[in-house]
Write a protein that binds this ligand. Structure first.
Ligand code: M6R
Length: 590
C-alpha cells in the first residue's frame, strides 16, 4: 500500500527522503516520488523503483520535503498519477495514503471554481482544497479542507515558503519520528529507524504541525498532548542481516520470536481481561495469514477452554450482523492497519462487544480501536509474506488458551514442557533443510499444487498454499484432506503434486487413507511427517521429516517447513520474493 514520508531539519531533505522511501518499499508500490522546498517546490516522481529514481533524478536542494510510494487505486500507475501532487500555483504539495471517497464531487466543484487537474487520482483534490482555503494560515487551511473530505487519509502537506510540514490522519497509519533539531514523518516505523527511535502517534482527527524544532498537535484548533514512545525495534531488525531476502531472515528469526513472545507473557503475568469476563463464546476475526492463525486458535481454545469459537474473515463480517450475545471478540492482525479488520472491529465495538486485538505494531490503529491489546514480539516484518508474525500470533493463542484452560493439571504440565521445547524444534527444522530444498526444486517445475491436512493442521494446509502461491506464483489450493473426494479429485493427476501434512494425532489413520487415494490417482505426494514414521516412507514420494512433539504444537513446526518450501520454490523460479507482484504488506483499503 502507499507509504508517505516527510523530513524537516538542518540537513538536505532529498537523500533522507529517498532513504526513508527505500525502507518502505516492502509495503508494495508501483511508482514513487518526492517534493523538496528550498523556497520553491521541486517535484521528481515516476513509475520507477526508489533506487532507480535515486540514481536518475537531479539534485534538489532544500531542508524540508515529502515523499511517497504509490500503490495505485484511482488511476493507472503513471508519472502523472504518482505523488506528490500540487495545487494550481505549485506552492502546495501533498502526499496521501488512503482513499477519498467523495473526490469526484469535490473535483467537479473545484473545476467549476477554476482549478485545473492533471491526474486521475483522488488525492489531487487535497492540494486544491488547501489552496482554496489558504489565507496565510496553512494549518487552518488543511483543517478546513479536510472537513470537506470523506474517506481515509494520512497526509503530509509541504508549502513552498512555510518552515513546517502539516500532517493529519484518519483511518490510515502515520507516525512522527522525533529527532534532535529535525523531525520525520512516515507511514510506519521501519522508515525512520535509521534516524530515531522516538515516535509520536497521532489520533484520528489530529492535525500535527511539524517544524525543525518542535511538534505541536491540535484537535479542533486546540492544542493536545500526544505521548512520545520509545521504539523497541532496532535498525538491524529492519535490515537483511546477510540473508538474501527478508523472508529468509524472518523465517530464521522464529526461534527467537517464540522465546520473546512467550517470555513476555510468562514473565509479566499478562492478563487478558476479555477472557476474565464471563464470555460464553468467542468470535475470532482476521484476514489472510492471520486468519489461518485464527483457525488454529479455534482448535486450541475449544480444546482447552471448552467454549464455542467462531472464526470469521473480517472482510465478510462487514456484510452481516452476527448474533453476539455473551460473545467476546478477538481480532488478529500483524500490521494493525488492515482496513477490513479495522472496519469490523469498529462495528463490533459499536454494538458493545469487547474486542481484544493481537497485533505486532505498537500504536497501530487496531490497538486504538480495541478494548485491550496483546502485542506479539515478532519485530518488524518486512517481507510481504507473513512468517514470523504468524508464529508469534500462534504463541499468543497458545498462551491465552493455556492461561485460561480448563484442562487438567497433568495435560497443562505436558503442554508447558512442549511449548518450551518449540524454539529448539523450530531450530532443528531450520538446520536440516536439505530435504526441503530438494523438494522445492522439484515443486518449482509444476504450475499447480494441493496442500492437505486434517484437524489442527487443516489451517496449516491453507497457510502452506497461501505462502506458495503468493511468492512463487504457482497456483496452490489448501484443502481439508477429507474434502478432496468431494470435488478436487477431478483435478488430480501426475501433473499436480499434493503436499500432505501428517500429524501424530487422531487424524493420522485418515490422513494415510487420503494419501493412498491421492496416489491411486497418480499424483505425486510430498509428505510432512514426524521422524520415526515408517508407514509414511512406504506411501509418499518424498518425506520432509520433522521433529517429534506434542501434536497440539505441530502447526508451528509444520508451518516453518512449509515457509521454507515456498521460499526455496520461489527462489528456484527466480521470483521477487520479498515484494510479490500486486501485493502489499499492509492492506489499508477495503
Ligand atoms: O496485517 P494483517 O495481519 O492484518 O494482514 C492480513 C493479511 O493481509 C496478511 O496476513 C497477508 O495474507 C500476508 N501478507 C500473506 O503472507
Amino acid at each position: 500500500m502507499c507509504g508517505i514520508v516527510g523530513y524537516i531539519g538542518d540537513k538536505q531533505a532529498q537523500p533522507i527522503l529517498l532513504n526513508c522511501l527505500a525502507r518502505m518499499e516492502y509495503r508494495g508500490y508501483d511508482s514513487c516520488g518526492i517534493a523538496v522546498t528550498g523556497g520553491s517546490i521541486k517535484v521528481c516522481k515516476d513509475v520507477k523503483r526508489v533506487q532507480e529514481l535515486t540514481t536518475t533524478m537531479p539534485r534538489i536542494g532544500g531542508l524540508a520535503g515529502i515523499g511517497h510510494t504509490r500503490w495505485a487505486t484511482h488511476g493507472e500507475p503513471s508519472q502523472v498519477n504518482a505523488h506528490p501532487h500540487l495545487d494550481c500555483s505549485g506552492n502546495i504539495a501533498v502526499v496521501h495514503n488512503g482513499v477519498i471517497n467523495n473526490f469526484q464531487k469535490l473535483k467537479q466543484q473545484l473545476v467549476a471554481e477554476g482549478h485545473s487537474f492533471v491526474s486521475q487520482t483522488d488525492t489531487e483534490v487535497i492540494p486544491h482544497l488547501i489552496e482554496k482555503y489558504y489565507d496565510g494560515n496553512l494549518e487552518e487551511a488543511v483543517e478546513t479542507a479536510l472537513r470537506d473530505v470523506e474517506g481515509s487519509y494520512a497526509i503530509i502537506v509541504l508549502a513552498a515558503k512555510e518552515p513546517k510540514l502539516i500532517v493529519a490522519r484518519k483511518d490510515s497509519p502515520l507516525i512522527i519520528g522525533v529527532g534532535d533539531r529535525e523531525n520525520f514523518i512516515a507511514s510506519d516505523v521501519p522508515a525512520v529507524l535509521d534516524y530515531t527511535n522516538r515516535a509520536l502517534y497521532l489520533e484520528d482527527g489530529d492535525i500535527g504541525i511539524v517544524a525543525k524544532d518542535g511538534i505541536v498537535v491540535k484537535r479542533g484548533g486546540t492544542r493536545v498532548e500526544r505521548e512520545e514512545h520509545r521504539i523497541l525495534w532496532s535498525v538491524e531488525d529492519a535490515q537483511k542481516g546477510g540473508y538474501e531476502h527478508f523472508m529468509l531472515k524472518e523465517i530464521h528469526e522464529q526461534p527467537r520470536v517464540i522465546r520473546d513472545t512467550l517470555g513476555d507473557y510468562t514473565q509479566q503475568n499478562g492478563s487478558a481481561s476479555l477472557m476474565d469476563a464471563d464470555i460464553k463464546s468467542l468470535l475470532i476475526l482476521a484476514c489472510g495469514t492471520s486468519y489461518h492463525a485464527a483457525l488454529v486458535g479455534k482448535y486450541i481454545i475449544e480444546d482447552l477452554l471448552n467454549i464455542p469459537v467462531r472464526v470469521e474473515l473480517a472482510s465478510e463480517l462487514n456484510y452481516w450482523a452476527p448474533s453476539l450475545a455473551g460473545t467476546g471478540a478477538l481480532a488478529i492482525t500483524q500490521s494493525g492497519e488492515t482496513a477490513d479488520i479495522l472496519k469490523a472491529m469498529k462495528k463490533l465495538r459499536g454494538v458493545g462487544c469487547p474486542v481484544l486485538v493481537i497485533t505486532n505494531v505498537v500504536g497501530s490503529s487496531a490497538s486504538r480501536i480495541a478494548s485491550q491489546t496483546v502485542y506479539t514480539r515478532a519485530g518488524p516484518e518486512i517481507s510481504v509474506a507473513a512468517t514470523k508474525s504468524f508464529t508469534a500470533q500462534l504463541m499468543v493463542l497458545y498462551w491465552l488458551a493455556m492461561s485460561y484452560s480448563k484442562a487438567d493439571a497433568r495435560r497443562l504440565a505436558d503442554m508447558v514442557m512442549g511449548i518450551r521445547q518449540l524454539p529448539n524444534k523450530v531450530q532443528q527444522v531450520l538446520d536440516n533443510k536439505d530435504e526441503i530444498i530438494k523438494s522445492a526444486k522439484y515443486l518449482a517445475g509444476y504450475e499447480n499444487a494441493f496442500f492437505i491436512g486434517r484437524g489442527i493442521n487443516f489451517p496449516i494446509a491453507l497457510e502452506g498454499a497461501l505462502k506458495l502461491k503468493e511468492i512463487s506464483y504457482i497456483h496452490a489450493e489448501g484443502c481439508a484432506a477429507g474434502e478432496l473426494k468431494h470435488g478436487p479429485f477431478a483435478l488430480l493427476g501426475e501433473d499436480i503434486p499434493v503436499i500432505a501434512i501428517v500429524a501424530q494425532d487422531n487424524t493420522y489413520e485418515a490422513m494415510l487413507t487420503n494419501i493412498r487415494e491421492v496416489k491411486a490417482r497418480g499424483a505425486p505426494v510430498i509428505a510432512l511427517a514426524e521422524e520415526g514414521d515408517k508407514d509414511i516412507d512406504q506411501l509418499a514420494d518424498s518425506v520432509l521429516t520433522l521433529p517429534k512433539g506434542d501434536a497440539i504444537f505441530s502447526p508451528v513446526v509444520n508451518t516453518v517447513a512449509l515457509q521454507l518450501l515456498a521460499y526455496y520454490t520461489a527462489r528456484h523460479r527466480g521470483c521477487p520474493i520479498d515484494t510479490p507482484r500486486n501485493l502489499a504488506k499492509s492492506v489499508t483499503v477495503e
